[in-house]
Ligand binder design. Structure first.
Ligand code: PEP
Ligand code: MN
Length: 358
């Protein structure tokens, strides 16, 4: 008995090798066909031809397999041959490391984001007044920092909450930034506003709620302005990377990714900071990666430890919200730092930066 089994297995092994050779041969011919189709400007995928091949294979078929099984096996072979016809470059995303091994450096008014040294974005959740922004800008400037944030278009959960000052807010942000020689970053929520907004801001932020607003992504891809793209509330890393691809596919490669926490069942924090997303994004893409410690935690007491974690794990930058008087802030009152807390926070960060430099 056992001799029979080994003999049968030998036959199976031989058939496997014959099938492999036939599949390879078929693949080589399919590649030839692909070349002819390119020269004729014809689509590689031809469903009518596939249907005809399947019909021919199965019209007199008598088993032992089900017809559907045979169709399934051949459909897989057709698919593999089609993939073989696509060159590797087309398969690799523009934002991928495979496509570009070296890091992208995004230049924001001379600030080289992604150059190996950490960068910081501070500022209020929302632009509320000239004085409010100026107070924060002064504190940012005093630390030798360059990037100032402030929302003018606020995507709020409730339509009755403060929606931001709109273009007026961008004008305030620009006025303050010019006075303190800072660069600005602010969220834009609709494609129509992009053209006007680029006159006022240095980085277009696309927020978590708009990460898959494909028309907005495309519009941001059509301007010559850096974009900070935040991860969606429930977006996988793959979806996040593809959102960045939407921007880059339109021609704008100046993209900074920003992990800002994702929604999980955990209630101790506003969102769950997916810290391992940082090295994954760094491995998979060539883009700089920031961590927003404010929106990921929603807790003032966690800003410093999570910022330290971000720097330790290799983030290119950290974003956090600062307000002169968070208690009266029109949005995110519970989580913004006041100016004293900001000083203490940054003093601790500077200790790490000194260690990194040493
Ligand atoms: C913001 O940074 O102002 C903001 C609204 O963040 P997110 O889109 O990550 O919620
Ligand atoms: Mn906020």
């Amino acid at each position: 008995m056992s001799k029979d089994l080994s003999e049968l297995r030998k036959q199976i092994d031989e058939i496997n090798m014959q099938m492999l050779e036939l599949i390879n041969e078929r693949g080589r011919i399919a590649q030839e066909i692909g070349k002819v189709k390119i020269s004729q400007g014809v689509n590689r995928y031809d469903p009518v031809r596939e249907r005809a091949m399947l019909n021919k294979i199965t019209e007199d078929y008598e088993g032992p397999y089900e017809v559907s099984t045979i169709q399934h096996i051949f459909k897989e072979i057709f698919k593999a041959a089609l993939e073989l016809q696509e060159d590797d470059h087309r398969k690799a995303l523009l934002v991928s490391r495979k496509k570009q091994p070296q890091d992208t450096i995004v230049n924001v008014k001379g600030e080289e984001v992604g150059n190996g040294r950490p960068h910081f974005v501070f500022g209020p959740c929302a632009v509320e007044s000239y004085e409010q922004v100026a107070e924060v800008a002064k504190a940012v400037k005093a630390k030798g920092l360059k990037l100032l944030r402030g929302g003018a278009f606020k995507p709020r959960t409730s339509p009755y909450d403060f929606q931001g000052l709109g273009i007026e807010g961008l004008k305030i942000l620009k006025q303050v930034a010019d006075e303190f020689d800072l660069a600005t970053i602010s969220e834009i929520v609709t494609p129509n506003d992009i053209e006007k907004a680029v006159e006022y801001i240095d980085v277009i932020q696309i927020g978590a709620r708009n990460m898959q607003n494909f028309e907005l992504l495309k519009a941001a891809g059509q301007v010559n302005k850096p974009v900070l793209l935040k991860r969606g509330l429930a977006a996988t890393i793959d979806e996040f990377i593809n959102a960045a691809e939407y921007i880059m596919a339109q021609g704008n490669g100046q993209i900074i990714l920003c992990e800002r926490g994702i929604r999980t069942y955990e209630k101790a924090t506003r969102n769950t900071l997916d810290i391992s997303a940082v090295p994954i994004l760094k491995q998979e893409t060539h883009l700089p990666v920031f961590v927003d410690v404010t929106h990921s935690t929603g807790r003032r007491d966690l800003l410093l430890p999570t910022a330290k974690a971000a720097l330790a794990i290799g983030a290119d930058g950290v974003m956090a919200e600062v307000h002169p008087d968070p208690a009266v802030a029109l949005s995110d009152a519970a989580q913004q730092m006041d100016l004293n807390q900001f000083d203490a926070f940054y003093a601790e960060i500077e200790k790490i930066l000194q260690l990194q430099r040493a």
